[in-house]
Each structure stands twice: as structure tokens, then as C-alpha cells.
Design a protein around this ligand. Structure first.
Ligand code: MRU
Length: 345
């Protein structure tokens, strides 16, 4: 199985997602700052993968600290975590991964520092292994919503590459295929970073799952012509009321799906829920460089001097979301109640 991210011999190795699918290269991170930089530059991306990278980054940071007493160790670790936490704003999994590691450090404050560092390394590896397990459970839950013969539309890449393995939205599709269902996938190319065109179609092809690439502006056409039976996407952060932040363009797909009576499903682990937020209006939306809009593969496609906007995510209001699939079960409206119940179960 493809390894998106691995912790081997004190090095965090990631497949470089900026180079796929043309080149299969790996980036080795030896410091927490290198992990932060890999997150910022999208070498690794996708909410759960960012959470795993964060946990591994904190472990690298812990190993680099020379202090021998817990208070000094922890205060230096916190400073590093604060910097790492600023690498990308929207996916809550980043803060989740960092907070989990800080909690484990606090819970083991009486260990000698060398043992504490090993404990943190073990925790980071556990976060990675658990993510794959969670995705498999989510897939099994979600595949019950997909029937044999369905064509499923997905947006962005919520697959193995966006997680430690298997994927969230693509995990649902993989699980349906593993159950023997005949599934076709339509993948939106996902301008401007092209996660669909570069990553989703690549990993589905590797698994021999039938996929057709479409440009983002084609989904309405295929819905109107009854060629799409369900939409399944991932999420970067889900507010307490079920509003969903995901890749820019997701909202547009959800509006179209509702107009055509097509179910719109979101697959995300419990770690993507942010129940501290009452609504999606409070979710910070990352603004990325306009260079990613005016150029493709570093080749300019617009005249010089054109302003381009680049919000990297949008918020889909909960009334457009038919169900939220998690590893603990499927939540239906009213999400204020059902998400909390799932999170606490
Ligand atoms: O900017 P990206 O590529 O990190 O955005 C990724 C997405 O929006 C994914 O759909 C989301 O993280 C879910 S991944 C399982």
C-alpha cells in the first residue's frame, strides 16, 4: 500500500504531493520546522495527513530539545508547537495532532526526558496507524449509502494521499468496491491546485477503480443529465452545527446536488469536528498565493498584472449536507445533536 507518510529512524518521510503524478519523489524531514514547511508548501496536504504530520513533527521537535527537566522541556516544546500550529489555518486536524502530543507529554511528565521522547515518538506512530484504521471503519459505514451501479462525484483529493492511507471520501468508495459493488467515479479536477486531476485520478487508477476526470464546471451538466447518483467529499473542519469547510468549489457542488435531489455526503474522522465552533462562519479560511491561480505548473496562463483571488476553502452550510460519515457512525440532521452524540460515544 502507498505510504503517504512514514516515521523511520528519526526521519519523517513524505511522498511529495507537489510532484505527483509525474514524479514519485519523497521528502525527508529531520526537524519540526521542516515538517511545518512541508505542510505550508503542500508537500503533504489533506486534513488527516496534516494531523499525522503534525504529531510526527512534534516528536521530531521533542527529540531536538536538550533540557533535562520537564518544565523547561515542555515550555520549549510549546514554543515549537505554536510555530507548527500556524503552518495552515483551516484543517483543524493540525491543532488536534499537536494538542494530542502535548497532552501525552503532560500525562508522562514524571518520565525521565529520554523516555518521554520515546513515548512521544511511539504516540506519533500510533496516530498514523490509527488514522488508517479510522478510515477503514469510516469506509465500511459510508459504503452502506452507496449502491452498486452508482456513479459518485468527488471533489479535491480525500484519498490515501490526504490521510495516512485508504482515505475518507475515497475510503467510502474503496470500501464499496471491496464489498463487490460496481462503482464509477467522476473526479472534479479541483482548480487551482488540481488535487483531483493530479492526485485523485492517480490513486484510483493505481487501485483499478474506474474514474473519469471532469473539469469543475462540468458537474452541473452531469447532474442534470442524471449521470451522478451521489456526491462524497472530505472535510477540513466541521463546525458544531454541521457546516463543513472543504476545498474551494465544494459549496458549488453541494448547491447543485440539492437542486438535482442528489445526496451530498461528507466523510471525515471525529478529529475533523470542531465542536467549539457554533457555525462555519467561525472557520478560518486560508488565503493562498494568487500565483497558484494565474499559473499552472509554473507557467503563466493569464496576462501579467492581473489580480487573482485564492480562498483555498469554502463553507457548505449544513442544510446542504445529507449525512456526515465518521468512524463512529453516520450523523444526520439535526447535526447540533447528532455530531455531539457521536463525538461523545
Ligand atoms: O488544500 P488541501 O489539498 O490540503 O485541501 C484538502 C481538502 O480540502 C480535502 O478535501 C480535505 O482535507 C479532506 S481530506 C481527507
Amino acid at each position: 500500500m502507498l505510504k503517504t507518510i512514514e516515521y523511520i529512524d528519526g526521519v519523517v518521510r513524505m511522498i511529495d504531493q507537489t510532484k505527483l503524478p509525474l514524479d514519485k519523489e519523497f521528502v525527508d524531514c529531520k526537524t519540526i520546522d521542516e515538517v511545518g514547511n512541508a505542510i505550508k508548501t503542500m508537500v503533504i496536504r489533506g486534513a488527516p495527513a496534516i494531523g499525522v504530520a503534525a504529531a510526527m513533527g512534534v516528536s521530531l521537535g521533542a527529540h531536538s530539545i536538550e533540557a533535562k527537566d520537564f518544565d523547561t522541556f515542555y515550555s520549549q516544546l510549546e514554543t515549537m508547537c505554536d510555530t507548527l500550529g500556524k503552518s495552515r489555518p483551516t484543517a483543524v486536524n493540525l491543532a488536534w495532532g499537536i494538542e494530542r502530543m502535548k497532552r501525552v507529554a503532560r500525562e508522562n511528565k514524571d518520565l525521565p526526558i529520554d523516555q518521554l521522547k520515546k513515548r512521544l515518538e511511539q504516540e506519533a506512530k500510533t496516530v498514523c496507524d490509527e488514522d488508517i484504521e479510522i478510515n477503514r471503519k469510516m469506509g465500511l459505514n459510508g459504503q452502506t449509502l452507496i449502491e452498486s451501479g452508482n456513479t459518485v462525484l468527488t471533489h479535491c483529493n480525500a484519498g490515501a494521499l490526504a490521510t495516512a492511507g485508504y482515505g475518507t471520501a475515497l475510503g467510502v468508495i474503496r470500501a464499496a468496491v471491496e464489498q463487490g459493488k460496481d462503482i464509477q467515479v467522476l473526479a472534479n479536477e479541483t482548480r487551482p491546485f488540481l488535487q483531483g486531476a493530479r492526485l485523485t485520478v492517480w490513486e484510483l487508477k493505481e487501485d483499478d477503480i474506474p474514474v473519469t476526470l471532469i473539469t469543475d464546471n462540468m458537474s452541473g451538466h452531469f447532474m442534470r443529465n442524471e449521470k451522478i447518483h451521489a456526491v462524497v467529499v472530505g472535510a477540513d473542519r466541521i463546525a458544531g452545527n454541521g457546516d463543513v469547510a472543504n476545498k474551494i468549489g465544494t459549496y458549488m457542488v453541494a448547491v447543485l446536488a440539492q437542486k438535482h435531489g442528489i445526496p451530498f455526503y461528507v466523510a471525515a474522522p471525529i478529529s475533523t469536528l470542531d465542536l467549539t465552533l457554533a457555525s462555519g462562519n467561525e472557520i478560518p479560511i486560508e488565503e493562498r498565493s494568487s500565483a497558484e491561480v494565474v499559473s499552472i505548473n509554473n507557467r503563466r496562463i493569464t496576462p501579467e498584472g492581473i489580480d487573482a483571488a485564492h480562498p483555498a476553502f469554502d463553507v457548505t452550510p449544513n442544510d446542504l449536507v445529507s449525512a456526515i460519515i465518521t468512524e463512529k457512525g453516520i450523523a444526520r440532521p439535526p447535526y447540533v445533536e447528532t455530531l455531539r452524540k457521536l463525538a461523545e460515544s
